[in-house]
Design a protein around this ligand. Structure first.
Ligand SMILES: Cc1cc2nc3c(=O)[nH]c(=O)nc-3n(C[C@H](O)[C@H](O)[C@H](O)COP(=O)(O)O)c2cc1C
Length: 170
């Protein structure tokens, strides 16, 4: 049996928020054409051979049913000049289609929406999903990558805010 934690979920979230992350825009499409679009910072690469990445999604997300049924998923690693996309894709009350309405996108393989202005995109088929607590870990078998060289640094998220890293060292 697990011991009761000595903190509440707001404190847990605040502590986890001290870990700075990049910000991604995830898009997905089902075989039936349903679309999801959401902002995600729980992204990480998992495996080189074969190429796999993952992100975590809350089962309370409006995007959850589409992601569970998704055929293809694309992860867009956003730059600082795409903060508007990150905010739009995190807006409650908008469907995936409505979130995409406000941004420039093109249909990729099997219709997954791709945001061509993004510096780095990883796209592929949904692999395993692992339920853990109130989130699901979504693994993706990456079969396409796109790079768009840019001098604009990555968008970052730290302590609940979008931030601009002030210094870069070699
Ligand atoms: C910077 C940032 C990172 C986020 N990361 C995640 C994440 O990793 N997993 C997740 O399920 N939701 C994450 N969200 C929330 C989703 O973007 C979500 O779609 C948004 O809160 C609206 O969801 P709703 O349509 O279910 O109300 C994040 C939001 C922001 C602003």
């Amino acid at each position: 049996m697990m011991a009761e934690p000595l903190f509440d979920s707001a404190e847990f979230r605040q502590v986890c928020g001290h870990f700075p992350t990049g910000v991604t825009a995830v898009t997905a499409v089902t075989a039936g054409g349903a679309v999801a679009a959401l902002t995600v910072n729980s992204f990480t690469s998992v495996s080189l051979h074969p190429a796999k990445v993952l992100f975590c999604v809350t089962s309370f997300s409006s995007s959850f049913p589409v992601l569970m049924d998704a055929d293809r998923i694309a992860v867009h690693i956003l730059s600082q000049d795409q903060e508007d996309v990150a905010r739009r894709f995190a807006t409650s009350g908008l469907s995936g289609e409505q979130r995409l309405d406000g941004v420039s996108w093109v249909p990729g393989p099997d219709g997954v929406p791709l945001l061509p202005d993004t510096p780095a995109i990883l796209a592929g088929r949904r692999d395993e999903v692992i339920t853990s607590g109130d989130h699901v870990i979504v693994l993706i078998d990456v079969d396409r990558v796109h790079l768009k060289p840019t001098d604009v640094p990555a968008l970052s998220f730290y302590r609940g805010r979008f931030v601009t890293p002030s210094r870069t060292t070699e």
